[in-house]
Design a protein around this ligand. Structure first.
Ligand code: SF4
Length: 247
């Protein structure tokens, strides 16, 4: 699915706008988020997901997947509990061929409905010509990831993530529900430990991304990913640790 913009394509020489920072859409009040956390926090992740679909229709729930190292974990859970839930894939245009293959493999395995979200062609082309991923990766992520997703968020009431506390310092502080740029964010797996996740993967014999066997623990774009433990292989040599989607 291509992102829809009001503006006509700009001349090829023009640079896209500055990174997206302004809040979009209107979410629930802080008090409503607090009440949701009080209800969902005592539940485990499966019960949280089942409760979410009591409270929201699948068409109101935005689910995104990067089809990265262990995405089969999250996608197995969601597709088991709500088989008709559409999954959105942010196609940056810089994915490894193995990611594209893994995406199709999981679509077939779990019978997923997947919609691609991507930047307008001229904006993506700007980042190729400009090598923005080298000069200003935050801007490149803003163009190819954050901005396309921001454009579709107002179509949904809640955005579900697969974030877990142990993954990064930023994620360590997240609750089950939060307001993020005016959008209600649902992090059902946030308190799942790494050992619990690995046990679920082993129990259900879920397939890893093919590059995991070559030492890649976290897999993003070709320009910004090398082999390494945890997320150490992402944006190596740069202070950046998050693509901006979850900030
Ligand atoms: S991860 Fe790298 S190549 Fe991918 S969008 Fe961000 S900066 Fe660009």
């Amino acid at each position: 699915m291509n992102t829809v913009y009001d503006a006509k394509p700009a001349p090829a020489t023009a640079a896209p706008d500055a990174p997206v920072t302004a809040p979009l859409g209107t979410g629930p009040s802080e008090a409503e988020v607090e009440a949701l956390n009080a209800r969902y926090l005592p539940l485990n992740f499966e019960a949280r997901l089942k409760q979410l679909y009591e409270d929201f229709a699948p068409s109101q729930v935005l689910v995104t997947s990067s089809f990265a190292a262990t995405s089969a974990y999250f996608l197995h859970i969601v597709s088991t509990i709500k088989p008709d839930q559409t999954i959105h894939f942010i196609d940056t245009g810089y994915h490894f061929p193995e990611t594209v293959q893994y995406r199709q493999y999981l679509i077939d395995l779990f019978k997923l409905t997947v919609e691609d979200v991507r930047a307008e062609d001229w904006k993506h082309q700007f980042t190729i010509d400009d090598k923005t991923y080298e000069k200003d990766p935050d801007f490149c992520c803003s163009i190819n990831k954050v901005e396309p997703l921001e454009a579709i968020k107002p179509n949904y009431k809640v955005w579900m993530s697969s974030l877990m506390h142990w993954q990064t310092d930023h994620r360590a502080g997240l609750p089950v529900f939060e307001l993020r740029r005016g959008v209600l964010k649902f992090n059902p797996m946030i308190d799942v430990t790494r050992a619990e996740r690995d046990a679920y993967i082993a129990e259900h014999q879920l397939p890893f991304h093919p590059m995991v066997a070559r030492g890649y623990s976290s897999i993003g774009c070709t320009h910004c990913t090398v082999a390494g433990e945890g997320r150490s292989g992402r944006w190596l040599g740069k202070p950046k640790t998050e693509c901006g989607l979850h900030l």
